[in-house]
Design a protein around this ligand. Sequence first.
Ligand code: NAD
Length: 422
Amino acid sequence: MPLTNSIYNSPVFQQACNQFDAAADILGMEAGVRERTKQPRRTLTVTLPVRMDDGRVLTYEGYRVQHNISTGPAKGGIRFHHDVTLGEVAALAMWMSWKCSLVGLPFGGAKGGVVVNARDMSTGELERLSRRYMQEIATFIGPQLDIPAPDVGTNEQVMAWMMDTYSNHVGHYDPGVITGKPIALGGSLGRREATGEGVAWFTKAYLTDLGIKASETSVIIQGFGNVGSETALALSAWGAKIIGISDFTGGVYNKAGINVKDALAYIAANKSLQGYKGGDSLTNDELLVQPCTVLIPAALERVITDKNAGKLQCRLIAEGANGPTTNEADKIIAERGDIELIPDVLCNSGGVIVSYFEWLQNQSAYYWSKEEVFEKLHRMLAKAKASVDETKAKYKCSRRTAALVLGIARVAEAKAKRGLFP
Ligand code: NAD
């Protein structure tokens, strides 16, 4: 039974719960274990007064949800976005639990969020907000307890401010508290590229399974931030043609191919894709339904829905974003039968895998080469792909449910074996 009066109630949390239930049914999970495996373990809500450059004090709301700490320190990014809700952060935390478990990391799952439009802030305002958020959650997290990372609206610089704030709080340099840091502050080589590198790795692997070559591959990517742009760079280096990209201002479509480095240079100079002349302007909704070999949602949740799932014209969906496909859209895609889908918990796992490597390097203060990072990353991705495809065949279920069966089973077993408290 869903907890109908739960503080997490929201369409996106329900989406994550429905996905969980499909996997728990296959596992025949007993009710007592099922509910405590599904529900977030604990949540901190914080109020963040921040002084603006003009002297006003504005107050923001922030969250940190630890979904699972039974299998290791919790792990998950921090999102700065004006539409962040507690239910969304809880859903994202839940997906982190299954993702870390699926790829075999010694972590639980967490996520953080602040309700703010960081794009409208000056650098000083963003720094004060980042530091205040970390100050408020400092007693709730730590290298052995909960390790944040970047997500939508946060980046290496934000991680640096947060690491510094935490280190000042504990009284010594403590880089292992957060990942996705600048290299100079204990960041890992390859972390910036890692999520996109992983999305591209899975895309190439599944296209190869389908017998589709790089030269025959066209790609549309929604969201051109860290994940979207790194995926685009990796796939265009492979030889695929990037024909559509978008950000919060809208999309650009060019059948002849978009020059990814040129588009990135435009964004660096203009802060968004608005006005970019590398192709025709399309809305985000229009872009999603254009013909392409691979469609990569790499922005926010719930963009592939019952309204557009029937109209998609791709062969493969690679979920760079977390939760981009609603439960209803999943059903439509399964009924159509002509689209392969690489689910978020598998597809974008490269980010948290290299975050794990960063944390390991911080623990030992011994740093690896980028080749070493990518070689270890690719090995873990290949292992996860093989076990998901084997589980999919075993249970004759969707690839999403197969990935969740694997991720959820380990967490549920750990909880059952440890007892009621973890
Ligand atoms: P980011 O902030 O770097 O980029 C987000 C991009 O999405 C930006 O280009 C933004 O303009 C665009 N965007 C925002 N709203 C949009 C909208 N309504 N329509 C189209 N585009 C929109 O964030 P990111 O780190 O690249 O994260 C993107 C997704 O990938 C999120 O779902 C995140 O949870 C997921 N993810 C990120 C990582 C990571 O390592 N950063 C790891 C795993 C999963």
